[in-house]
Write a protein that binds this ligand. Structure first.
Ligand code: ADP
Length: 222
């Protein structure tokens, strides 16, 4: 990782299937660029943990591996991107997941006078995604994920738990809805020449190196 953080605004979109490693790479990007990581899944889980009305509505949807409505998600991202901590830039992870969400995000970015510098696509074959998701464990404090059998979070020492939607009955529906509703979103950004496709298999360090290179604009768009 470069010692000097880059100057100026950077607006990044992390795209990939559930289990592709977006959260792990978002942590690397956040530390490097010092900009917020906006993860809609984490935001929803925080609402659920706080027992808000939205959380109560969202809980059974997440547990079943389905998608929360576009209307709710668009409202959530609208509010979040207007927060002042987003001024220097942001990394969005988990949004847009549908074509209408992508269209709404285009409008919002225009309103905010911003544009994405790069869409980073972490590509992992479906069989590997199914394997990774079933049995992975997560730190309830920082949401970092770990392979099955790990006892505690390497950062916090917190005992790990299984996410409700990583239970076998929810894993396949999550992949199916991703293939149906979210894969078409990539074409939306491909058309704009913004996508850097990175093989999401390999060591975390090797993938991070490529992700940072793409974010710094060193990888040609595909
Ligand atoms: P993953 O990418 O591993 O599925 P996330 O934490 O990004 O995990 O999302 C968890 C769940 O939150 C999704 O399965 C879905 O139910 C809900 N969710 C998150 N973002 C969105 C979105 N943009 N639109 C609809 N539902 C969403």
């Amino acid at each position: 990782m470069a010692a000097q953080p880059p100057e100026g605004l950077v607006n990044l979109l992390l795209y990939g299937a559930p289990g592709s490693g977006k959260g792990t790479q978002a942590n690397v990007l956040r530390a490097y660029f010092r900009i917020p990581h906006i993860a809609t899944g984490d935001m929803l889980r925080a609402e659920i943990a706080a027992g808000t009305e939205l959380g109560l509505q969202a809980q059974p949807i997440l547990a079943a591996g389905k998608y929360v409505s576009d209307e709710i998600m668009i409202g959530m991202i609208r509010n979040r991107l207007r927060q002042p901590d987003c001024d220097p830039g942001f990394i969005i992870d988990g949004f847009p997941r549908t074509v209408p969400q992508a269209a709404a995000l285009d409008d919002l970015m225009r309103e905010l006078g911003r544009a994405f510098d790069r869409v980073i696509y972490l590509k992992v074959p479906v069989e590997e995604l199914l394997q990774r998701l079933s049995g992975r464990l997560v730190c309830p404090r920082c949401q970092r994920t770990y392979p099955p059998g790990t006892a505690a979070c390497a950062i916090h020492g917190t005992p790990l738990v299984q996410r409700e939607d990583d239970k076998p009955e929810a894993v396949r529906p999550r992949i199916e809805i991703y293939l149906e509703k979210t894969v078409p979103v990539l074409d939306h950004y491909r058309g704009e020449g913004l996508v850097s496709e990175i093989d999401g298999r390999g060591t975390i360090e090797e993938i991070s190196r490529q992700v940072l290179a793409a974010a710094n604009g060193k990888v040609k768009a595909q």
